[in-house]
Ligand binder design. Structure first.
Ligand SMILES: Cc1cc2nc3c(=O)[nH]c(=O)nc-3n(C[C@H](O)[C@H](O)[C@H](O)COP(=O)(O)O)c2cc1C
Length: 192
């Protein structure tokens, strides 16, 4: 799924692919509500969305010393999708001032992606832009989750171009102000 956006620096339209990685442990709750609001705010753009809940990745196991990663190969399509994207939206609930375990398990697989990556030096997010979209119960302390994602992305040479902490209640209903704020996010501007 591709989108055409105006690149202000090049002064011409360019093609971008946007991948959303959703890491809530429940369906159609706050994280998804925030994603839906982001998609609604950018009707001219196309998005591909992956749910880590649906992907059911096996728990990551450190196989670096054995260099035998067979069990991890089912995750390669996720790496391929990231490599094919220009913007990756990482949408995770905040659990204990960090990302959800689904998100963390996925990040642990980046250790495998660094070895399986096709880009030089295994910096597989080189030239990729990342938007971190958090769904929290409260803002206080949630910047720790942002920091963890920011440093991980930086480690594999990606660039976090936007960070947003949205709020939802325990039932998974997005906060009204959060939805209002997300409705103002223009991804074409963010990408420029
Ligand atoms: C295990 C667990 C830990 C949580 N820890 C935090 C936290 O540290 N900070 C916070 O702001 N909210 C925390 N929350 C609240 C969730 O971030 C919030 O309910 C959010 O809406 C969950 O995303 P979801 O609606 O997509 O499931 C926690 C919720 C759970 C279930």
């Amino acid at each position: 799924m591709i989108s055409l956006i105006l690149d202000k620096r090049l002064q011409r339209k360019i093609i971008v692919k946007i991948l959303i990685i959703e890491a809530s442990t429940r369906k159609n709750a706050g994280t998804q509500g925030h994603i839906d609001a982001l998609i609604k705010a950018n009707p001219k753009l196309s998005f591909e969305e992956i749910s880590l809940l649906t992907e059911k990745l096996a728990p990551f196991v450190d196989q670096r010393s054995q260099n035998s990663w067979e069990y991890a190969t089912p995750t390669l399509p996720l790496l391929e999708k990231m490599l094919a994207s220009d913007l990756i939206v990482i949408a995770t609930p905040v659990y204990w001032f960090s990302m959800s375990h689904l998100c963390k398990n996925f990040f642990d697989y980046w250790t495998f992606f660094m070895r399986a990556g096709k880009t030089p030096d295994s910096y597989f997010l080189k030239d990729k832009k990342v938007f971190t979209l958090l769904c929290a119960g409260h803002k206080e302390g949630s910047e720790w989750a942002l920091g963890s994602i920011r440093e991980s992305v930086k480690y594999v040479k990606g660039t976090v171009i936007k960070e947003f902490i949205g709020l939802s209640d325990r039932e998974g209903n997005p906060n009204k102000n959060t939805l209002e704020e997300i409705s103002q996010i223009n991804l074409e501007q963010v990408l420029n």
